[in-house]
Structure formats: structure tokens, C-alpha cells
Design a protein around this ligand. Structure first.
Ligand SMILES: NC(=O)c1ccc[n+]([C@@H]2O[C@H](COP(=O)([O-])OP(=O)(O)OC[C@H]3O[C@@H](n4cnc5c(N)ncnc54)[C@H](OP(=O)(O)O)[C@@H]3O)[C@@H](O)[C@H]2O)c1
Length: 311
């Protein structure tokens, strides 16, 4: 089988396509024939070494934090899924998704919604779980809340808008002018073009501000957050984490989200997918052999929706 590997941290070109033997599923694991993998900013941040102190794993490494595929074989003590079932999952930061076969703990897997194609399912888990866990666990989102999502055209923002709408919130999304129509299509009630208007100076206040692209600070957003509201960012930088520690003495709460994989939350997303409340936009699909170009694309920081690798 083929997979993408790299033996050293560095630019996209350190990645190469290599031959490997198909892994045997261990106890509690399932062997999956991967049909598509999602591409996320974390893939290049691990590859270039920026996350070397927090991302586990040894060289040679295989990138990829999410995938969709078909169950091929069960390891001992794995009974939840059977051969032929379509599944999808988020992996931990060690990655591994850019591979034709993968042995994975069955607890991480969820059944793919019927009728979904593999690429669409593969790009949901990582950004979708991040948005779900941010809005539900940190923001305590509920029906009728006002939510602002900065970075509505990226992966986390796209799913954030759709999840917040599905949970009954009123959503204002922020993106650049060229993405306004795309973001309206995700269901945002109102869209702010950041090239024309500074969202941190809006004359309204929100229950939740989710900065999906981590371009604003909690202090900058404070004036547009209701007194008991919440600021959440996807890049938990040291300043954010220090402020998070002071939440008990502040009325406006601050959180940095660190997404956790897991089949149970993914089942929740699968239900929203089944009900057509979540639908990804994939700007471009690459083949496994085009992983270098795919990383060069995501590193621009300009991806609309998501990118996928098809096997
Ligand atoms: N902590 C976690 O668990 C976790 C999980 C997932 C992601 N993340 C992080 O979250 C961030 C976002 O990831 P992502 O997957 O959503 O995609 P991304 O590839 O970082 O987002 C790309 C999008 O961001 C938009 N954008 C760029 N600058 C912007 C700005 N100043 N204001 C508003 N939008 C802007 C771009 O649109 P324009 O070109 O139109 O500006 C583009 O559509 C990344 O840093 C990622 O590493 C963290």
C-alpha cells in the first residue's frame, strides 16, 4: 500500500509517497481502507515542526488528522463495526490519515451517514468537532443566542456557522469580500466583510464570539461580548491560556479550544450530517501523490471551506 511519509521537519517537499505493508489491526482496532483524507492547518504545523513539543509520534511520520473509508478487518476485541461498513474519524495529533490503509481504535470511529461521499465525510471530523466542542462545551450555546464567528470561510468557521444555526442560534459571520456569498450559503444570518468593517467595533453584543482563525484577542473582542458572554479561540496561545485561568474572577469568559477526537461526538455530527444540517464545501480535491501541492495550498491560509486527498 502507499502512504505519505516524511523523515524530518521542513517544507512541504519533505513529504514523499512511500510503499509500506498493510498494518494488522491490534486489540480494539479496526483496519480501514482509507478512501479520502481531510487536510487541516495542523497537518503542516506538525510537518514544519511548529508543534513538535505537543504532537506525539516518531519519524517517519504520516500526516493526516481525519479520514473516511471502509472497514476491512477487525482486530481482537473489536465488535462495533463489521467488514464493509463505511466509517470516518478524527485521529490525534500523531496523524496517519494520508495512507491507503490505517489501523485505528474503534472508539474513534463513527458510521458515515448514508449517501455521503467519502471526500465530503473525510473533511468533517477535525474542524467539525472543534466547532461543536467550542460552541457546546465552552460557549454553552443554546437556542436564541447571538453568536459571532470570525473566519466563516475556513473549515472551523464553515462548520461553526452550520452547527450554531442547527442549535438555534443567530449567527453573524466574518470573512473577506470574495467569500461573502459562500458564507451566506453556509446559513449565516449576517455576514461582515472584514475588509470593509472591523467586527470588534460593531454596535451589538454577542453571547459567544468564536474566533475560528485566531486573528483577534479576547481584549479586542471584549466590547462586543455580553457581560456573561464567552470568547473562544482555536489557537490557545499562552496569553489566552493565562486569561482563561482568570475566568473565575471575570464575568466574560475566555477559552482556547483543543479539539478531542471521539466517536460519540462524531455520532452527533453524523446525525446533523444525516439531517443535511451540515454540508461541507470542498475548494479542491488532490490525489495522494499531490500531498505536497495540497500542503502548499493550505499553508496560504486562504482555503475556502476544506481541501481533501482522495486515494
Ligand atoms: N485547537 C484546535 O483544536 C484546532 C482545531 C482545528 C483548527 N485549529 C486552528 O484553527 C485555525 C483555523 O483553521 P481552519 O481549518 O478553519 O482553516 P484555515 O485554513 O486556517 O482558514 C482559512 C480561511 O481563513 C480565512 N481568513 C484568513 N484571514 C482571515 C481574517 N483575518 N479574518 C477572517 N478570516 C480570515 C480565509 O479567508 P480569506 O482568504 O477570505 O481571508 C480562509 O477562508 C487554524 O489556525 C488551525 O490550526 C485549531
Amino acid at each position: 500500500m502507499k502512504k505519505i511519509t516524511y523523515k524530518t521537519y521542513g517544507p512541504a517537499e519533505v513529504m514523499e509517497i512511500t510503499e509500506a505493508s498493510i498494518p494488522e489491526p491490534g486489540s480494539g482496532e479496526v483496519l480501514v481502507k482509507v478512501m479520502a483524507a481531510g487536510i487541516n492547518p495542523v497537518d503542516y504545523k506538525v510537518r514544519n515542526g511548529s508543534l513538535k513539543y505537543i504532537a506525539p509520534g516518531k519519524f517517519p511520520r504520516t500526516p493526516g488528522g481525519e479520514f473516511a473509508g471502509v472497514v476491512e478487518k477487525n482486530g481482537d476485541n473489536s465488535k462495533k463495526f463489521s467488514k464493509g461498513e463505511k466509517v470516518f474519524a478524527m485521529l490525534n495529533m500523531a496523524g496517519g490519515g494520508y495512507s491507503e490503509y490505517l489501523s485505528v481504535k474503534e472508539d474513534l470511529l463513527s458510521r458515515m451517514p448514508e449517501k455521503w461521499d467519502f471526500a465530503d465525510a473525510a473533511v468533517v471530523p477535525l474542524a467539525g468537532l472543534t466547532a461543536l466542542q467550542a460552541l457546546r462545551d465552552k460557549g454553552k450555546i443554546s437556542r436564541g443566542m447571538k453568536v459571532l464567528i470570525n473566519g466563516g470561510s475556513g473549515g472551523v468557521g464553515m462548520f461553526g456557522i452550520q452547527i450554531a444555526r442547527a442549535l438555534g442560534a443567530e449567527v453573524t459571520a466574518v470573512c473577506s469580500g470574495k467569500n461573502v456569498d459562500l458564507v451566506k450559503g453556509f446559513g449565516a444570518d449576517r455576514v461582515i466583510d472584514y475588509q470593509k468593517e472591523d467586527f470588534t467595533r460593531l454596535p451589538v453584543q454577542f453571547d459567544i464570539v468564536l474566533d475560528a482563525v485566531a486573528k483577534s484577542s479576547p481584549a479586542q473582542c471584549s466590547r462586543i461580548i455580553k457581560p456573561r458572554g464567552t470568547y473562544i479561540t482555536t489557537v490557545p496561545a499562552p496569553g489566552v491560556m493565562i486569561r482563561q485561568l482568570t475566568n473565575p474572577i471575570r464575568s466574560r469568559k475566555t477559552f482556547g479550544i483543543l479539539c478531542k477526537p471521539g466517536g460519540e461526538d462524531l455520532d452527533n455530527l453524523a446525525n446533523l450530517m444525516q439531517e443535511s444540517k451540515i454540508k461541507p464545501f470542498i475548494e479542491k480535491k488532490y490525489t495522494l501523490g499531490q500531498a505536497v501541492q495540497a500542503h502548499q495550498h493550505i499553508e496560504t491560509g486562504r482555503v475556502r471551506g476544506k481541501l481533501a486527498l482522495t486515494m
